[in-house]
Design a protein around this ligand. Structure first.
Ligand code: THU
Length: 134
């Protein structure tokens, strides 16, 4: 599964986003070390702060259902964006925690536009320098 294919999966998962308030539909696709793909999408709520980002839904589902597997990569994409979708600060913290939980093995973050064409790649640790540590 290459970056572009993972980005297209993320776009597919964006179809199940619940985003009636922002109108911004986001999908995420997590790739595990055995090739399994886990999907996520943003799930908004009328009480706005309770909404979840697509990345968070996907990463937490992967960690909840496949705790023994390592997350290799995550792609993020939105049909409503003409530029690559970049994870918000909170999701960067969640990615940093996933890296920590898998013994420091970094996660490839693939950011894509609405066509899965423009793709930007960074490692999770690069996206959150000087991460908070207890
Ligand atoms: N959103 C995501 O799902 N992921 C991101 O990386 C950025 C933002 C969602 C949150 C909210 O439902 C909508 O996009 C607009 O901010």
């Amino acid at each position: 599964m290459d970056d572009k294919q993972l980005a297209l999966k993320a776009l597919e998962f964006s179809k199940n986003a619940w985003a009636p308030y922002s109108g911004f539909h986001v999908g995420a696709a997590v790739l595990l070390d055995d090739g399994t793909i886990i999907g996520g999408n943003n799930q908004e709520n009328q009480a706005y702060p309770l909404g979840s980002c697509a990345e968070r839904v996907a990463v937490n589902t992967a960690r909840a259902c496949y705790p023994a597997r390592r997350i290799v990569a995550i792609a993020i994409a939105s049909p409503d964006s003409t530029v690559p979708v970049s994870p918000c600060g909170g999701c960067r913290e969640v990615l940093a925690e996933a890296v920590r939980a898998q013994g420091g093995a970094d996660i490839r973050v693939v950011m894509a536009d609405g066509k899965g064409e423009q793709v930007r790649v960074a490692m999770a640790t690069e996206l959150l320098p000087y991460a908070f540590e207890l």
